[in-house]
Write a protein that binds this ligand. Structure first.
Ligand code: ADE
Ligand code: ZN
Length: 348
């Protein structure tokens, strides 16, 4: 048995830093222990293995090889209680990492396509958001993602299915395998979503084929309110300028980058931060990549030797680009500034 590690000052500072998480797939928070528990509850046979063996088997070199494991695991998620337990486990975990507010992705098509009713998914998730706010003082909201390797028609019918629940869904996103599925494939779906009052975001995963053109499409053709990942913009000054002009946020996920591409992309992420882009740090699929949002701040801070002020700026960005009402945003920002002030005083 290994001894528990003693948190460093940096670790303590980061985990106490009030922050918003804006890029986490709730299905990507399914830890192997919960997967086994849900499989047993639902009478689903799993290959005999321990949670440790499952974790040790995770080895993906790119986005499709990760997605294969991610979708396969979802078959244990069937009832509203399953989705509730999944989301509550996430909120419990991040309440201890300084998360005050989270905009959480969910992938309804990955469930409805297996025969799980949309209502089970949204009903369980919604109940968890209500309980997390009451019991953990963490405010969560939902972003419904469309699977880009499904058709645009399937996305449109999912949008229609979600309309009765629109008051529980803040925005829509686009995820899954990017290769051959550019943002403009979903232009009509996102235009309709906007007219229905949803905020818009889309994944531009790191180092994808045609990534710069995909980022341009998200900015100009879709005019989304945020970009998920998008750090390849750093390689094109005109994209950096356009992102800054529009003032939109990028939701970067360093540990995830290291699994599906080469390295955690600290040069790009910090380069964008220093260029004045509203970069944020997030976890993506923490159960599969081995790091929740605070752990992602720590990894980035260690790799790029970030100052406390840069870490505070990342957390500030997370509230500034969150889809929060202004009053709540101001409250969270005030909490963050007080934390930063106290930390400065203690280290002076
Ligand atoms: N779905 C879950 N995680 C994802 C990621 N990192 N990229 C695209 N789709 C995803
Ligand atoms: Zn993602």
């Amino acid at each position: 048995m290994t001894a528990p590690s003693i948190p460093s000052d940096l670790h303590r500072f980061i985990h106490g830093l009030p922050k918003a998480e804006l890029h986490v797939h709730i299905e990507g928070t399914l830890e192997p222990e919960l997967k086994f528990e849900l499989a047993q509850r639902n009478g689903i046979p799993l290959e005999p293995a321990t949670p440790e063996e499952v974790r040790a088997s995770y080895d993906y070199g790119d986005l499709p090889s990760f997605l294969a494991v991610y979708y396969e695991s979802m078959r244990v998620l069937l009832t509203a209680d399953d989705f509730y337990d999944l989301a509550m486990a996430y909120f419990r975990k991040v309440a201890g990492q300084g998360v005050r507010y989270a905009e959480v992705f969910f992938d309804p098509q990955a469930h409805t396509s297996r025969g799980v009713p949309f209502q089970n998914v949204i009903g369980g998730l919604r109940r968890a958001l209500v309980d997390a706010r009451r019991d953990l003082d963490v405010h969560g909201e939902l972003i419904m993602c469309f699977l880009r390797d499904f058709t645009a028609e399937h996305a449109m019918s999912t949008l229609m299915e979600a309309l009765p629940y629109r008051h529980w869904i803040l925005g829509v996103g686009l995820d899954s395998d990017e290769k051959g599925h550019p943002p403009v494939k979903f232009a009509a779906v996102f235009a309709r979503a906007r007219t229905e009052g949803f905020r818009l975001t889309m994944h531009c995963d790191v180092d994808q084929e045609n990534t710069h053109e995909h980022i341009r499409q998200v900015l100009e053709d879709i005019a989304a309110d945020r970009i998920d990942h998008g750090s390849n913009a750093f390689e094109r000054p005109e994209l950096v300028e356009r992102i800054k002009e529009r003032g939109i946020g990028l939701t970067c996920c360093p540990i995830s980058n290291g699994w599906i591409s080469e390295g955690i992309k600290e040069r790009e992420i910090v380069g964008l931060l220093e260029a004045g882009v509203r970069v944020t740090v997030n976890s993506d699929d923490p159960a599969y990549f081995g790091g929740y949002v605070g752990d992602n701040y720590v990894r980035l801070a260690e790799a790029a030797d970030l100052s406390r002020e840069q870490l505070v700026q990342l957390a500030r960005n997370s509230f500034e680009v969150a889809w929060l009402p202004n009053r709540a945003r101001e409250r969270y920002l005030a909490e963050l500034e007080e934390y930063a002030r106290d930390a400065r005083r203690l280290s002076a």
